[in-house]
Design a binder for this molecule. Structure first.
Ligand SMILES: O=C(O)c1ccccc1NCC(=O)[C@H](O)[C@H](O)COP(=O)(O)O
Length: 215
């Protein structure tokens, strides 16, 4: 199964080093003061093959550029109400190699028309659950809304994915596979359900989950 794994909400250098040893595809760093996972100090830099992803909520361009430089980010996850114009302007100032992920929060239903202005502007969409906080709510949305996914932009599935969800993720992947559209279901993003404390991930739980997912 060619599904990328993004582990989000990393911060503590020692924990980050243990989690990096599991070789996820992406590690997420949250740069948002309203989050208990907000990154301020030094992090574990580690393996360049793991894409360090900066997560921003309506941050200024200046702030994003500074964090790209300081933390050597390979991807940006825009988790607020960033407009296509803002993203296009930002793209003029960053390396073409930096991947762009735009987040959409899903409630009971979702109007897929909202994706249209971002088609061709970002590399990936990320679907999270609409909740009290901007992210890290630990709640799953109804994945059935993705059954008729109308876009050609690949997406990350996120929101409350936990240690017991490997089979359900595989099932969703297989529904895309049956329609020969598995390349659209690009990856999953996991966070609070694997924490022992904010920004501290349980390496054993992640290892078991990864084995269940890929075997
Ligand atoms: O995790 C946070 O604290 C957070 C705060 C503000 C914006 C984004 C945030 N997290 C970004 C993510 O990509 C999370 O992984 C995503 O929201 C899913 O989290 P969870 O439901 O805990 O798996």
């Amino acid at each position: 199964m060619n599904l990328k794994l993004k582990i989000c909400g990393m911060r503590e250098p020692e924990n980050m080093s243990r989690i990096a040893a599991l070789h996820p595809d992406y590690l997420g760093l949250i740069f948002f003061e309203g989050s208990p996972r907000n990154v301020v100090g030094e992090i574990f830099q580690g393996d360049q093959k793991i894409k360090k992803t900066g997560v921003f909520v309506n941050a200024s361009e200046e702030n994003i550029l500074e964090k790209i430089e300081k933390y050597q980010l390979s991807a940006l996850q825009l988790h607020g109400e960033e407009s296509p114009e803002f993203i296009n302007n930002l793209k003029q100032k960053i390396s073409e190699e930096i991947e762009l992920i735009k987040v959409f929060s899903i409630g009971n239903e979702f109007d897929f028309e909202k994706l249209q202005p971002y088609e061709g502007v970002v590399d990936y969409f990320l679907f999270d659950t609409l909740g009290k906080s901007k992210g890290g709510n630990g709640i799953r949305f109804n994945w059935d809304v993705l059954q008729d996914y109308p876009s050609t932009t690949p997406f990350f599935l996120s929101g409350g994915i936990g240690p017991d969800d490997a089979a359900a993720v595989k099932e969703l992947y297989h529904t895309f596979q049956k329609r020969q559209k598995e390349e659209l279901f690009y990856g999953i993003d996991i966070n609070s359900k694997f924490e022992t404390a904010p920004a501290v991930k349980d390496a054993e739980a992640l290892k078991t989950f990864r084995e269940r997912l890929y075997n």
